[in-house]
Write a protein that binds this ligand. Structure first.
Ligand code: E4P
Ligand code: PEP
Length: 350
């Protein structure tokens, strides 16, 4: 896909410095947050959600954390319709489950493809991060106003400065768990964060990531007011492993989870585990999430106290579709998802 370059040039960079490129101005994180502020009651509510998630992960709250929602959001109205249904369901089961909605605005791609609402909200391939930032922030505010805690994947090292105040749980994906930049990023995040195992199924990269993110780091970055800065982070003590399978091998069964827990314990990091019922665990077959969720919850009921959470990919309509004209409303354009009826039945049956 050829990306037309933006016309608003900020700087001309010598070709001895980098390949020819254009640079378009973006708002600073402070500017965007001031334009669309979270407000005091919402900020307090989000601090409360983060604390509840921490308590579940530490075993101080017996509920199961469920991070659930679309693989990606391409249509804000469908996300809001989904969020409204999810909020009603979350309230109904809140004595047993702490439900957090996936509001994923950035997609890591194996090679190339649509990278999410943040990068290319019109999905033309032209990219428009100015619009993407505004639409993403407005969407997260609207979803938060429904009373739902939100989860996202942190991919760009700068995105969380713009949107992170609205997020209660963060994922670092399988493709970036090994990246030092993402470990530094997590080290400065104020919310619990799950590191996925690597795309090859290996958990060692996630364990190393947890150790690294617990530490203070100094790294290059951009201040909230838009200046180049050396950022010094405090270290994030609230990280955990997310098992998502890899290279066609699943890791939600009893033996795989026990092996992962042993590795976590001998590394001296949190042995709390979330199982991603989708991705390589479901071999990208959305309906398999149902049996996987049941299997994992059975392990938990049988006494595996390390299992603290599930991740599920779910939207209004079942499956996935290729992007284009005449899209099915509420159907994923990235990975396949459970439909709403299946989702509701699954959560109630768990
Ligand atoms: O969760 C979504 C996808 O699995 C991930 O973004 C990779 O997608 P791709 O292999 O289609 O690029
Ligand atoms: C991209 C995702 O997952 P993974 O990093 O496990 O592929 C996701 O959860 O959307």
């Amino acid at each position: 896909m050829n990306m037309p370059l933006k016309t608003e040039t900020l700087d001309t960079v010598s070709s001895t410095t980098c390949q020819p490129r254009q640079e378009a101005k973006l708002p600073t994180a402070n500017e965007l947050r001031q334009q669309f502020p979270a407000g005091e009651p919402l900020t307090r509510a989000i601090a409360g959600y983060r604390e509840q998630i921490r308590n579940v992960l530490k075993g101080e709250d017996p509920r199961t954390l469920i991070v659930i929602g679309p693989c990606s959001i391409h249509d804000e109205q469908a996300a809001l319709d989904y969020g409204t249904k999810l909020k009603a369901l979350a309230d109904e089961v809140s004595d047993r489950f702490l439900i957090v909605m996936r509001a994923y605005l950035e997609k890591p791609r194996t090679t190339v493809g649509w990278k999410g609402l943040l990068y290319d909200p019109a999905r033309t391939g032209a990219g428009d991060l100015n619009q993407g930032l505004v639409r993403s922030r407005k969407l997260l505010l609207a979803l938060s106003e429904l009373g739902l805690p939100l989860a996202t994947e942190a991919l760009s090292p700068f995105m969380m400065d713009y949107l992170g105040d609205l997020v209660s749980w963060t994922a670092i994906g399988a493709r970036t768990t090994e990246s030092q930049i993402h470990r530094e990023l997590v080290s400065g995040l104020p919310m619990p964060t799950g590191f996925k195992n690597g795309t090859d199924g290996g958990v060692a990269v996630a364990i190393n990531a947890m150790k690294s993110a617990a530490h203070s780091h100094h790294h290059m970055g951009i201040s909230h007011s838009g200046a180049p800065a050396m950022i010094t982070t405090a270290g994030n003590p609230d990280t955990h492993l997310v098992l998502r399978g890899g290279r066609g091998v699943t890791n939600y069964d009893e033996t795989s989870i026990a092996r992962a827990v042993k590795e976590l314990q001998s590394a001296g990091v949190s042995a709390s585990v979330m199982v991603d019922c989708s991705h390589d665990n479901a071999c990208k077959q959305a309906e398999r999430q149902v049996e996987i969720a049941h299997e994992v919850m059975a392990q938990k009921r049988n006494g595996n106290a390390h299992i603290k959470g599930l991740m599920l990919e779910s939207f209004l309509a079942f499956g996935r579709q290729d992007d284009g004209e005449d899209l099915i409303y509420g159907c994923s354009i990235t990975d396949p998802c459970l439909g709403w009826e299946q989702t509701e039945a699954l959560i109630r049956s768990l």
